[in-house]
Write a protein that binds this ligand. Structure first.
Ligand SMILES: [Zn+2]
Length: 61
């Protein structure tokens, strides 16, 4: 939950504006979510890149 700075109304985490006063809300979890996304991306891409490199190295005479 994200609270409005003006009067503390609770809004959804992905809410951009307060549902009461339409004040802009800056989500706090954005950076953490981005980091998590990058970590997941690296976790998926890492093994793929490794296997491709190994395949290239093993295929060359
Ligand atoms: Zn508000």
């Amino acid at each position: 939950m994200v609270k409005c700075k003006r009067h503390g109304t609770e809004n959804q985490d992905n809410a951009l504006h307060c549902q009461e006063c339409r004040e802009k809300i800056k989500p706090k979890k954005a950076k953490k979510g981005l980091n998590k996304f990058i970590l997941i991306g690296l976790g998926i891409l890492g093994p793929i890149v490794l296997t491709v490199v190994v395949l290239i190295l093993t295929s060359t005479p």
